[in-house]
Design a protein around this ligand. Structure first.
Ligand code: GLC
Length: 423
């Protein structure tokens, strides 16, 4: 029988070697050991290409704890789907640290895919106030804020200055300037991100919030969308398409396509995140030197942005949790957060950077952005957030294409959200 045991041991060794071989690279889940070792970091598309070089700095200093960047598609929805597929594989999953959209924290935490983190390991009190809330669920910290975001209204300073028109503060001003001036200069009036995906949920929520409404209350358990304010917000977007000051083409725009339209000189006004301001102002952009940014307008004055951005979370089955936490501390340190802005054109979470005169000189929209982030409203918090977002996108898109009246769309939205919440 000894040979059988020996052969058995041989087989075991072979299996281990093979497993090691097959899953070499980033996918092997070694035992945690002392919690230190190589990791993968999964993120949505790095639109400004800054993250790889930034991680090189970490890798040079930590040769035994190297991070492999896994870049997923640039649409928030596709990234989420790929992350979930991986996390569901449990120990066989490949992702250790995940750069997750702020709107996914509740869902990922409730599903047990990411682990609670000790608050005292991270400098949370140096962050802009609203961002920490997006990283907590059930009173526990499940991720660490990494990048924040708020929508801004970009406009063509050259055209507005020539016409002696101030940048719009209200929807009425935006509409009338878009209607009057855009055709005069051969431009489209206004666009945001109106393809049915997370970006449309953001744009729709901003319109509803700006009119004083809300979508869900009580941590997602109450549907509050059936209101005059929601009709006003959805009506604003639907009217734009109907009247032509929002081009129909914008119904297919995500962040990148809308940024391109503005940067090519085809749009007078654009709602986008600040990275679009940086891209449109950079050499090579047709409108460089003619880009201004103001807070999003609302019905009677400044509107409300949705709080965007992303948080760093650690997968429940991460291979090296201690390295994961150390990497997160590094990525949220002040020098790296400065690079997130200067190289990545993304809004950092560290509050002090927004008051740095040198940075304000280089990024003149920083004070406006700071105000917009501080006043921004989170998306509805719900363990079923994915369903909530799908319903909002689909219904608002139907209202914008004219398949449904605003009135009918808002009623349908309330009904479908109630069905989701009852699940
Ligand atoms: C940006 C925001 C994110 C949002 C996404 C929508 O990436 O930072 O929070 O969900 O856009 O497209």
């Amino acid at each position: 029988m000894r040979w059988i045991r020996a052969a058995g041991r041989g087989l075991l060794v072979l299996v281990v070697v093979l497993t090691g071989y097959v899953s070499s690279g980033a996918s092997a889940k070694e035992p945690a050991g002392d919690g230190r070792g190589p990791l993968t970091l999964a993120t949505a598309g790095d639109l400004t290409g800054y993250l790889g070089p930034l991680l090189e700095g970490w890798n040079r200093a930590h040769p035994d704890e190297r991070v492999t960047l896994v870049e997923l598609p640039d649409s928030a929805d596709e990234t989420r789907a790929q992350m979930i597929t991986d996390l569901r594989r449990g120990e066989a999953g490949r992702f250790d640290v995940l750069n997750i959209d702020v709107s996914w924290t509740s869902e990922f935490a409730a599903a047990g895919w990411i682990r609670p983190l000790p608050r005292d390991r991270f400098p949370l009190d140096t962050f802009l106030r609203p961002v920490v809330d997006t990283a907590t669920y059930d009173d526990k910290l499940y991720a660490v804020p990494y990048v924040t975001n708020a929508g801004l209204l970009l406009y063509r300073t050259d055209i507005l200055a020539k016409e002696g028109v101030a940048p719009p503060r209200t929807w009425a001003e935006l509409e009338s300037t878009a209607k009057k001036l855009a055709p005069k200069y051969g431009l489209d009036g206004y666009a945001g991100q109106f393809l049915p995906y997370e970006g449309l949920t953001v744009n729709a929520a901003e319109a509803v919030y700006s009119a004083g409404g809300s979508i869900l209350g009580d941590e997602g358990e109450r549907v509050t969308v059936d209101s005059r304010a929601a009709r006003e917000g959805v009506g604003f977007l639907a009217r734009g398409v109907r009247e032509g000051w929002i081009p129909r083409e914008a119904l297919t725009y995500k962040e990148e396509e809308s940024k391109q339209a503005f940067q090519d000189g085809r749009l007078l006004f654009l709602r986008n995140w600040p990275y679009a301001y940086v891209a449109a102002s950079a050499p090579g952009s047709r409108v460089a030197g003619s880009v201004g940014a103001v807070p999003l307008p609302g019905p009677d004055g400044p509107g409300t942005s949705v709080l965007g951005g992303s948080n760093l979370a650690v997968a429940t089955h991460a291979r090296h949790p201690d390295t994961a936490a150390r990497l997160i501390a590094y990525l949220t340190s002040e020098p790296v957060q400065r690079q997130v802005l200067t190289r990545g054109a993304l809004p950092p979470v560290r509050a002090a950077l927004y008051e740095d005169p040198e940075l304000i000189r280089r990024f003149p929209y920083l004070p406006t952005l700071r105000e917009s982030v501080l006043a921004a409203a989170p998306r509805p918090k719900s363990p079923h957030y994915d369903q909530v977002s799908l319903v909002v996108q689909a219904v608002v898109h139907d209202a914008m294409t004219g398949r449904q009246t605003t009135e009918a769309a808002v009623r349908r939205l309330a009904g479908e959200l109630a069905a989701v919440s009852a699940r």
